[in-house]
Design a binder for this molecule. Sequence first.
Ligand code: TTP
Ligand code: MN
Ligand code: MN
Ligand code: MN
Length: 417
Amino acid sequence: VEGNEGASEPRFSEWACQRSTPLKHQNDFLATQLEILQKYAEMKDENHDYSRALAFRRASCVVKSFPITVTNVNQLNGINHVGPHSKRVIGELLDGYCDEINRIVNEEWFEKMKMFTGVFGVGPSTAKKWIERGWTSIKDAQESTDISKDWRVQWGLAFHDDLMNPVKSNEAYRFTEIIQTEAEKILPGIVVQLTGGFRRGKHQGHDIDILFTHPNGEETGFLPKLLTRLEKLNMVLCGSHESSSFHEKVLSEDFKLTARGQLDHFEKWLGICKLPKDLVSGDDAQIPLSNGLEKCTEIKENVDSLDDYEPKAKKQRKCHGDNSPFTIATSERDWIARRVDFIMSPYSQYYYALVGWTGSKQFNRDLRLYSQKVLNRKLTSHGFYDFTTGKTLPANSETEVFENLNLQYQHPKNRNC
Ligand code: TTP
Ligand code: MN
Ligand code: MN
Ligand code: MN
């Protein structure tokens, strides 16, 4: 780590969080192929170990941020995270044929696993059960009467056609604007930030991730009010609200740095919203990437009475999936179903939450591992904990998060590991 700084030509860091990983890079083919191996290893993994999967992902991250187009595998000599297996695969790919990948992409099992795990709420173990039942299509699952009672799976199947269609960036931006307008009416001063892949400059994604905070700490009760308002606007299909499970211990707890991403303890709502179709059409307009509070809002007039936002029935608030899912042909409705995540962060944790929810998952994994291995500190979406002092370092901007980590700032668009 030392010796890198100030050098005119920094050597290629072993840490992805010390490298710039843009969306568009010179080794797209190799990265895509290595991620097939990652995905396959994730699905095959019986003991939820994921170390094999992660090894392929790290190799993919190397080529994504490599300064030149890899044309000869020897260019990767001495580079960390490109192990013998990845190296052999890259060599074969560069020669034009990799038998291992060829066999995987032609495996029916892999096709079905990808298809079934594409359903909201379905992970590798459920997908395997479905394959064991002899199901070969989404339709088989949709038509079965003997299916998981999980609301996500039920609604995920009912609206799979919509949900498998990627969310475009313009949709995500416009939806965020609607949320911002409604949020300000409920709680003036609320900060509304689109995060996830769209903040990293991706043009499409599988959902819309919106992070909230309030500088004066007035956020208690906001999310349920927002959901009541969105229901009134007929924009909610189903979802579930989770209260914050944060306690001081989670700052120092030993979270696992697994392939499945890290869970945090924020209050959140995960669900499916109904986005007006006219929001969905139109050009792929890019809005400038916001860095956080600059979009912080002027106070707008409260047009509806606050009573409108009071939860009506507790049951409704907790889980909209209590109602059975229904289907309506897409041609018979003026909305499209979209996966949405709302996350509420206390202001004191906001910039750590912002880094965490901006991702990528792999960037976070690397940041947290770096923090643990190099700094002997615990980084989570809630803070940055020093084991020796037992204290957390505050951050008042995203830049300060990187400063605290003694890292050069990486723009969100360069966190696409
Ligand atoms: P995702 O929405 O799963 O991923 P993404 O937005 O990067 O990609 P996609 O376009 O497919 O939606 O998660 C957003 C970020 O939030 C991700 O980088 C990791 C982080 N995250 C958490 O910190 N905690 C969680 O519980 C989850 C689900 C995600
Ligand atoms: Mn191997
Ligand atoms: Mn996302
Ligand atoms: Mn998400």
